[in-house]
Structure formats: structure tokens, C-alpha cells
Design a protein around this ligand. Structure first.
Ligand code: PMP
Length: 406
């Protein structure tokens, strides 16, 4: 079955707009993805006809809003292969999901002299919360090496897993390199040693079908806004037995069972971790995004993106002086590159003049940039609404950049 990208693009109103007088060429979906009309409509419809606070009202509007919100929990669970909807905690984004685990699981389970293992390709969101925890608890961070092509050195990682390792946290897919990590192999190594695993799935879920049960991880974190949903709603998946044993993260309304000045008892998971009024409409929008993606099929999205990646890799190789950063055999559709003699920010500026939106910088992965000996890269991730024509425009604009700076 062919992939009708022209018709898919019509689902995203912003893709029909112009930027600097040219059709917008959006190549920054790894930072945040664009939204299909069905997501925008679901939010508008919810505010127009169904809005009320959830879990509180005795009246029908609130009961209905609660049902819609909780239905999304069930859909998210199914979408990522979680056996039980109670394993889905709604948060703001991947960053908050990771901080929740660092605060809640971390404070309870990680103590002086314990070790937390990360990899050299992590986003700051999967470094800083662990660093803060390690400082508070007197624990130690250990960092697995990567190879020059951007693949993880799995044997370096295995060598770090020891009797003091309490947690192993790593990216499903690197946002700066595209590297797809061998999650099952890594979680199996950890499980054999009784080590808890957290997978940062911020760049995993948008590109392929994710099944957390098959991946074998204990926690999986992602952001709705990178999954073509609204900003403000993200997900922490946690194995139920772990979530049930974890103390609360934030305290307040909605997360309690009974409050008195003598003391408070807490609601069971996942409510225990959802203090206060959540971003209800964004959760509804995330549900619409998941329905939309399932309508297309994540497997088809993956096949299309991989063909786009192969095309883009070939075309970029023809640009003199361009070097791709991150050439792992197993990778998602992320193109990170440097161009000889041109600073990545200058590439971004010239491309902007052509209506092409890319990102230039350290991509919130400064330790990775240091490891690679680069101050920054230009990055063009591909989503299923991107086209070979857009890649041709990117290549032409890079040729223009070279001509300007050479
Ligand atoms: N992890 C990875 C791999 C990411 O790419 C990002 C976003 N760039 C994050 C975590 C953080 O996501 P958010 O800002 O939505 O919390």
C-alpha cells in the first residue's frame, strides 16, 4: 500500500502556510511536531461543549469530562502496549515524567554510594534530574560510552552495571543523532541483575510502534507534543507494582485518600501522582492524536520515514563539505550534520530565509557534543508529513549556504 503523503499533509493546516514568501518546510519535528486538524478540533470541541474539572463534580458535565479523560488513559495504555491503564500517569512532558521518577522512586530507593547509569547520548532531561538526585542522596552517576558513529557501546554499558547500580536510564532514540538503542537487549541485562530501567521515549514513540511490555522496561517517558498532540500533556508509563510502591511526587488535591492535620493517606496509582487540576484539554488532544496515528498505522509511518531517511542520507552525502553526525545502522529519521567552514547557526539563518525550519545548536545534549568534539550541529529530523521534495529544497538551500560562506 502506498503512503499518500500529499493527502496526509492536508491534515496539518500549518503545512499549507508560507514562511518568508515560500511554502513552509518544517524540519524541526524532533523539537515539537505539528498538529493535525483533528487534534485542534478535539481541543476546541472539548472546550466548546464538554469542559469541566474532572474527578470532582457530581454533575453530568464533570462526570462526562472525567470519562473522556480516563478513556485517553486506556487508549494510551493500548497504544504503547501497557497491560493496565493504571500504569499510565499523565504529566506535562517527558521532562516531568523523568523528574517524577527521580523524586519519587529515587528518594525512596537510591541512597549513599548507590549508582545510576546513563549513556553519553542523553538529553539534559535524562541527565539533570539524576544529577540533582545524586547530589541529594550522595549517589554516583556513571556514563556508558558511545562509538564515533553514534551507536551505544553496549559492552561499556554492561561493564558499568554492578552491585550498587539501582537505576539505568537511557534514550530509546537519541534526539541529536537519531541512534535507535537496542532497548530489549539492554533491559534484559538490567533485569538479570535486578536493576530498574527507565527509557526516555521522547523520540521513540513518534517514529515506530512502541510496546513497553516487549521492550521490558520498568518506566517509559514521553511528551505528547512530539507525538502530534498538544503541548502540556505527557506520559509516564510505570510497571504497576513499582508505581504502587512509590511515594507521591507533588502533594495537593486529587492525589489523596484522606487528609487531616494529623496526617494524610494517599490515593492509589496513578491518581497519587496527578496532584491538582491537570491539562485536561491537552490530554483529550493527545487522545485524538493517538487515534489519528493509529488510523494511519505506526508501522506504515515507520516504513515511510525509513525510505525518506535513506533518500535524505544519499542526497546530503552529495553536498560537498557536509558530514552527517550520527550514522548508526539502526536509526530513526533524524539528520544531524555539520558543514565545513559554516557555523550551524548560520546554516539555520540561511535556511530560514528559504522558508526551511531546522534547529542548530547543542540540542540539549551538551555532554554528547563535548564527546563528539563539536560545539553544535544543524539538525533536520523527518516526520511522516515530510517529503522528498522538501529534502531536495534542503539540499538546494545547503548548496546556497556553501556558496555564501565559501
Ligand atoms: N528526551 C529527549 C530525547 C528529547 O528529545 C526531549 C525533547 N527535546 C526531551 C527528553 C524533553 O522533552 P520535553 O521538553 O517535552 O519534556
Amino acid at each position: 500500500m502506498s503512503f499518500d503523503v500529499a493527502s496526509i499533509r492536508k491534515d496539518f493546516p500549518i503545512l499549507g502556510t508560507r514562511m518568508r514568501g515560500k511554502p513552509l518546510c518544517y524540519l524541526d519535528s524532533a523539537a515539537s511536531a505539528q498538529k493535525p486538524q483533528v487534534v485542534i478540533d478535539a481541543i476546541s470541541d472539548f472546550y466548546s461543549r464538554h469542559y469541566a474539572n474532572i474527578h470532582r463534580g457530581v454533575y453530568q458535565l464533570s462526570a462526562d469530562a472525567t470519562r473522556r479523560y480516563e478513556e485517553v488513559r486506556t487508549r494510551v495504555a493500548r497504544f504503547i502496549g501497557a497491560p493496565d491503564p493504571r500504569e499510565i500517569v499523565f504529566v506535562r512532558n517527558a521532562t516531568e515524567a523523568i523528574n517524577l521518577v527521580a523524586r519519587s522512586f529515587g528518594e525512596a530507593e537510591i541512597g549513599k554510594g548507590d549508582e545510576i547509569v546513563l549513556t553519553a547520548m542523553e538529553h539534559h532531561a535524562n541527565i539533570v534530574p539524576w544529577q540533582m538526585l545524586a547530589e541529594r542522596r550522595g549517589a554516583r552517576l556513571r556514563v556508558a560510552e558511545i562509538h564515533d558513529d553514534g551507536t551505544l557501546d553496549v559492552s561499556s554499558l554492561e561493564g558499568l552495571l554492578g552491585p550498587r547500580t539501582r537505576l539505568l536510564a537511557f534514550a530509546h532514540v537519541s534526539n541529536a543523532l537519531g541512534t535507535l538503542n537496542p532497548v530489549r537487549e539492554i533491559t534484559a541485562m538490567a533485569r538479570a541483575r535486578g536493576i530498574t530501567t527507565l527509557v526516555d521515549g521522547a523520540q521513540g514513540v513518534p517514529h515506530a510502534k512502541v510496546d513497553v511490555s516487549a521492550l521490558g522496561c520498568d518506566f517509559y517517558a514521553f511528551s505528547g507534543h512530539k507525538l502530534f498532540g498538544p503541548s502540556g500533556a505527557g506520559v509516564l508509563y510505570g510497571r504497576l507494582a513499582l508505581l504502587e510502591a512509590m511515594p507521591p511526587f507533588l502533594g495537593g488535591g486529587d492525589m489523596i485518600e484522606r487528609v487531616s492535620f494529623k496526617g494524610t493517606t494517599y490515593a492509589p496509582a496513578p491518581q497519587r501522582f496527578e496532584a491538582g487540576t491537570p491539562d485536561i484539554a491537552s490530554v483529550i488532544g493527545l487522545g485524538a492524536a493517538i487515534d489519528y496515528l493509529e488510523g494511519i498505522g505506526m508501522e506504515r509511518i515507520q516504513v515511510y520515514e525509513q525510505s525518506l531517511l535513506a533518500y535524505a542520507t544519499d542526497q546530503l552525502a552529495k553536498v560537498p563539505g557536509l558530514r552527517l553526525v550520527g550514522t548508526a545502522r539502526e536509526k530513526a529519521a533524524v539528520l544531524s550534520f555539520v558543514l565545513e567552514g559554516v557555523h550551524p547557526h548560520d546554516i539555520g539563518t540561511v535556511l530560514d530565509g528559504e522558508g526551511i525550519a531546522i534547529r542548530a545548536g547543542h540540542h540539549c545534549a551538551q555532554p554528547l557534543m563535548e564527546r563528539l568534539g563539536l560545539p553544535a550541529t544543524a539538525r533536520a529530523p523527518l516526520a511522516f508529513y515530510n517529503t522528498t521534495d522538501e529534502i531536495d529544497r534542503l539540499v538546494a538551500a545547503l548548496d546556497k549556504t556553501r556558496a555564501l560562506f565559501a
